[in-house]
Design a protein around this ligand. Sequence first.
Ligand code: UD1
Ligand code: CA
Length: 456
Amino acid sequence: MNIIILAAGMGKRMHSSLPKVLHPIAQKPMLHHVVDTVSKLNPQKLIIVIGHEAEQIKQSFEQEKYKDIPIIWAYQKEQLGTGHAVMQGLPFVDDNYPTLVLYGDVPLISLHTLENLIQNTKNNVGILTAFYDNPVGYGRIIKYNDKVTQIIEEKDASAEQKQINEINTGIMCLPTPFLHTYLPNLNNNNAQGEYYLTDAILCAVENNLEIICTHPCLGNWETFGVNNKKQLCELERLYQQSLANQLLEQGVTIIDAARIDIRGSLSVEQDVTIDVGCVFEGEVHLAQGVHIKPYCVINNSYIGQHSVIESFSHIEQSYIQSNGHIGPYARLRPHTKLADNVKIGNFVELKNVNVDDNSKVNHLSYIGDAAVGKNVNIGAGVITCNYDGANKYQTVVHDNAFIGSDCQLIAPVTIGENATIGAGTTLTKDAPAQELTLSRAKQISIKGWKRPQKQK
Ligand code: UD1
Ligand code: CA
């Protein structure tokens, strides 16, 4: 299989400096959606036709993930039409295999639908068509006795042809020798003055090739194209709805399927509940019995069994083992690792921290670059002073330590097992195990002191 993805168009109607095919659906550029899907077909050749903002599009693929996908870039200097665009890709194809044509601005086409098209096409001409309630703007499939005779563009269609609601999605599977023969002969005698790929279908009919139509397997939304921000936004919702439906089918309780956003992949175990307004980014796993309360953002994290994430919490690149209780309003920054039964309360920020079993950081703290042992209690407002403006230092808190409220732990510093740190302490030296350590100015009261009076 050769694959040619057309992505040279300019996308004027997006009113944006970003090339159209790089606009995201679920935080991933549209063109990347298409490439991710088709690379699962293991194509012999994967060719992307680019023109407008070509370098920016190429650069977007310079990432680890695409390292092993050999993309061939074909340039189309002037956008003279879809037929002309496919022709720019032809020098790179393997003539022994058919060619599948896709569009960079039709991002949600599924693997299932493509496999179905390919299997049914065999060595014939295959067109992915769909029945739209509102076919305005699309090429219409003209049939006679149930056989395709032509695809006519909206702008070239008669009033009668415009009534047809079977449309050309633009996705086609074609014998490669056929493309070599007929594409160079296309003309641009049409309403848009373009070389239409759809006119090649007319040549196929004239040469008695069999034309097979297949349809989208998951839903028409798979074939929707994006020409403006309104369509981008509508497609985003349709995509999110489909992801929510998949989760519902797996047994997740989603309080409102219209108010969840998955921007990556979310895997779940049994009895997970997700309340409204939550956003999942990158790879997130929710283990058995996890409950995510409203308006949480969770990025590339593992949330272990029976953990509860209270409202408005933000969790990034973190690992929570089991029975965690997080938030409301907690912020777990990258490399936070919590063992079993850890409680992180409101307005607590953690970064690059290991917290062992049964420990608590309940209110208003910042703990960064630290290792916290088991059964540790960190009082309200405790701060690790981990940064001197140039370097970062570690704080180590051993098992069963109790740190009173409003302490500053000036790292590097270690608190021994069972140690107690008095409230308000600025800890500059290690605190020994078992003992009470505190640094506090002596409390004094001034007898007869009067408050200043306002001067007249
Ligand atoms: C095309 C089809 C139409 C179909 C519709 C589905 C043709 C002539 N028409 O129309 O039948 O219903 O798609 O969405 O094929 N592109 C290039 N170079 C070009 C022209 C286009 O790379 O010279 C790319 C665009 O970037 C876009 C895709 O091809 O990704 C489709 O082009 P567009 O101009 O949007 O075609 P439509 O008029 O929508
Ligand atoms: Ca289009």
